[in-house]
Design a protein around this ligand. Structure first.
Ligand code: NAD
Length: 501
């Protein structure tokens, strides 16, 4: 439980225990919990191989916990090398017919998957929130609709590949191994599965060990859609399952989203094998606010940029760069806004900041925040009460941060913002680029020319202007440097799944 003292004390509130809590503005929020009586989880989930649910070879299962309560939700199978081999063989068998299907037939399956995700969206949103700790509002309004959008978007491409790759013949690669993290479980699944299937590949996907449940519901959706067996295979398990999958000799492509350290390990594993690879890794994005920005809107953008999904976002705007002349008024507004964020029960529709995904992640966040305090940065945390069970961290911001501090250099992957200042646009660019990552960045200014000037100079795969954390399946997403390589989304994302002749 975080105990660091707040440098400025905001109103204390009881986000979960109290049925209604007064805010600084005097409004009271009644609890508005999302219903869970429509959720029917199995006690135990097997693996999804060849179109059917199959027990793991070694018979090992692990519980998956609700991070807001630490209660087990269900048990999921732990795949081992024998299971990986079965799944890869199933995907290989399915590839010969799936890759020969006319694009319009593959599109039909993808449309069906997209519509079923929409039909089951309430169930998927609640399970995503229960298993991962994210606020139901975000699961309901962002994760699940965007996952459906990715499936729809790629369904649209499936019969138009000659238009995406004019003058060349695009052939599928074969069997794709896909390994995803826990921050956007169903959305990352859709980012991986949709372009692979649209281009005629088959997949073996491994969700993260702490958030496997929506992937297992997606396995049910594949059955409902009557997707041919083996086109999608889903193996649950931890790092050993992921390692066995990317090392399997009969895979043609690896698509990985996760930490930079694991991405590097996968790159070393695949070196010299000729297996295609895309890596979507970590980030330490700069969010730059100029003195001509609309301050209230920029405060909202900065809050979304770092506290959305508890900061468990690879492209989170975790380094705020404020032009010196507006730093004080901006910080005053920002602290007041952070003090009004509602932390607590993820299933409450009023909640802004939910539970931290796991005890391990909570410990990582706390260790980095402790390092910030020890290195002399000034910590602000609102004095909100936290629930007594589960994994929680107050939305936090650091001022008096030096570029050499760990909190300014390392990805925290939690609700922690490091604030620094700059004087000139050139200095803003220099500070923004002072990172080994290069995934995303944000700029707030009313000067259009300055947006373009900054976007050309900031080394980031995505630059948002006067907004933040906007995603669209038609817009390619991906990084530079230690944020990885390859793009997901748009025609560029399709290119990662084909060989051109
Ligand atoms: P992680 O690398 O520990 O795990 C990611 C996945 O890889 C999990 O499924 C895990 O079981 C598996 N895995 C772990 N070790 C493996 C190994 N040696 N071989 C194969 N698979 C292995 O990362 P995490 O902590 O779960 O996720 C957070 C990280 O993901 C952050 O660094 C974040 O920035 C990054 N991320 C990046 C993007 C992006 O698009 N760039 C999106 C989301 C998350």
């Amino acid at each position: 439980m975080p105990t660091s003292p707040a440098t400025t004390s905001a109103r204390a509130e009881s986000p979960v225990a109290a049925p209604a809590a007064a805010t600084a503005s005097g409004f009271a929020y009644a609890a508005a919990p999302e219903a869970t009586d429509h959720i029917r989880l199995r006690d135990r989930y097997p693996l999804f191989i060849g179109g059917g649910f199959e027990p793991p070879a070694a018979g090992v299962h692990h519980p998956t916990l609700n991070p807001a309560t630490e209660e087990p939700l269900a048990e999921v199978a732990e795949a081992d090398a024998a299971d990986v081999d079965r799944a890869v063989r199933a995907a290989r068998r399915a590839f010969s017919s799936w890759s020969r299907l006319p694009g319009a037939r593959r599109a039909r399956y993808l449309f069906r998957l997209a519509r079923l995700v929409q039909e089951r969206s309430r169930e998927l949103a609640v399970v995503e929130s229960l298993d991962g700790g994210k606020p139901i509002r975000e699961a309901r309004d962002v994760d699940i609709p965007l996952a459906a959008q990715h499936l729809f978007y790629h369904a649209g491409w499936a019969d138009k590949l000659p238009l995406a790759f004019a003058g060349a013949r695009a052939r599928p690669l074969g069997v794709c191994a896909q390994v995803i993290p826990w921050n956007f479980p169903l959305l990352m699944l859709a980012w991986k599965v949709a372009p692979a299937l649209a281009t005629g590949n088959t997949v073996v996907l491994k969700p993260a060990e702490t958030t496997p449940l929506t992937a297992m519901l997606f396995a049910e959706i594949c059955q409902q859609a009557e997707l041919p067996g083996g086109v999608v295979n889903i193996l649950t398990g931890g790092p050993p399952a992921g390692r066995a999958l990317v090392r399997h000799p009969d895979i043609d492509k690896v698509a990985f989203t996760g930490s930079t350290a694991v991405g590097k390990e996968i790159q070393r594993t695949l070196a010299g094998r000729g297996t295609r690879l895309t890596l979507e890794l970590g980030g330490k994005a700069a969010h730059v606010v100029f003195d001509d920005a609309p301050l209230d809107q920029a405060v909202e953008g900065v809050v979304t940029g770092i506290y959305f999904n508890q900061g468990h976002v690879c492209c989170a705007g975790s380094r705020l760069l404020l032009q010196e002349s507006i730093a004080e008024p901006f910080l005053r507004r920002l602290r007041a806004r952070v003090g009004r964020l509602r932390v607590g029960n993820p299933l409450d529709k009023n909640t802004d900041v939910g539970a931290i995904n796991s005890r391990e992640q909570l410990e990582r966040i706390q260790a980095l925040v402790d390092s910030g305090v020890a290195q002399g940065a000034q910590l602000f945390q609102p004095a909100c009460e936290l629930p007594t069970r589960g994994y929680w961290f107050r939305p936090s911001l650091f001022t008096e941060v030096a570029p050499a501090h760990r909190i300014a250099r390392e990805e925290i992957f939690g609700p922690v913002l490091a604030v620094m200042t700059f004087r000139t646009p050139a200095e803003a660019v220099e500070r923004a680029n002072n990172t080994r990552y290069g995934l995303s960045a944000g700029v707030w200014t009313t000067t259009g020319q300055r947006i373009l000037w900054m976007a050309q100079r900031m080394r980031a795969g995505v630059v948002w202007a006067n907004t933040y954390n906007r995603f669209d399946p038609a817009a390619p997403f991906g990084g530079f440097r230690e944020s990885g390589f390859g793009r997901e989304g748009g025609p560029q994302g399709l290119a990662a799944y084909v060989a051109l002749r």
